[in-house]
Design a protein around this ligand. Structure first.
Ligand code: FPP
Length: 237
């Protein structure tokens, strides 16, 4: 969700104004994802690196998060959206943790879209935590394979994203879901996050649905998967 700060500055406003306007884009994305029948949507709301921002911006973001969670919970329940979080949640202010836990609990039985907020998150943090947990579990080196690592990630039951969307013209992963994005498609758009609304989201998904995903195989193997060695093509989630 990139470009809030620049969007605000272009309007002669404080960066926080951009974040506040970005909340409406979050609503739009959740609405569009629900309408398109998407199962999982992960929003990179606050990275590990974002802790180095000015204190007033961090505080404003945390307040915005608490306000948004409290204000949206009824709508999330109504829409059947289950809210989860990933990241070093213990590093967040108490008020944020309480607000998150409250919404997670209230939406825990929802069966529609799973909305994951990545907060105080980075891919390297997650991988470091996974290594720590593997060592703590005393798993011998010869038994460690990709599946072991996957099972020790923060949300092992969540499928890898099919599509990463990054707004604001930047073309980087910025430490997001480093393991999970291995085979994801990438969509970069110059649109700043506060301007990125339902139509942009839907257009990105439509364009993605037209792409051929090969997962390292040839075009011929994709066209007739049963005729090729190596088993089935991973199913798109
Ligand atoms: C990146 O733009 C955006 C963020 C660090 C915060 C995103 C937060 C929100 C949209 C609001 C709250 C979220 C929820 C889930 C309710 P930037 O500040 O890096 O923009 P810049 O690159 O233009 O400086």
């Amino acid at each position: 969700m990139d470009g809030n700060g620049r969007w605000a500055r272009e309007r002669g406003e404080d960066r926080v104004f951009g974040h506040a306007n970005g909340v409406e884009s979050v609503r739009s994305a959740v609405r569009a994802a629900g309408e398109l029948g998407i199962d999982y949507l992960t929003l990179y709301a606050f990275s590990t690196e974002n802790w180095s921002r000015p204190r007033n911006e961090i505080n404003a973001l945390m307040e915005l998060l608490v306000e948004s969670l409290a204000g949206e919970v009824a709508e999330l329940v109504r829409k059947g959206v289950r809210l989860c979080s990933t990241g070093d949640i213990s590093a967040l202010p108490e008020s944020c943790i309480a607000a998150l836990r409250n919404v997670e609990e209230q939406t825990s039985d929802c069966k529609g879209l799973t909305l994951i907020l990545a907060l105080s998150y980075s891919g390297r943090w997650e991988l470091t935590e996974a290594v720590r947990r593997i060592v703590q579990a005393g798993i011998p080196a010869e038994f460690i394979d990709e599946d072991t690592v996957r099972k020790h990630l923060s949300m092992p039951d969540v499928p890898d994203p099919e599509l990463l969307i990054r707004t604001s013209g930047e073309q980087r992963l910025s430490n997001f879901l480093l393991w999970q994005l291995a085979y994801s498609e990438l969509h970069f758009t110059p649109v700043m996050w506060p301007d990125f609304r339902e139509d942009h989201f839907k257009a990105a998904i439509l364009e993605f649905r037209g792409r051929e995903r090969r997962f390292g195989r040839t075009g011929e193997q994709i066209k007739s998967p049963t005729a090729s060695p190596g088993g089935e093509i991973p199913k798109a989630e």
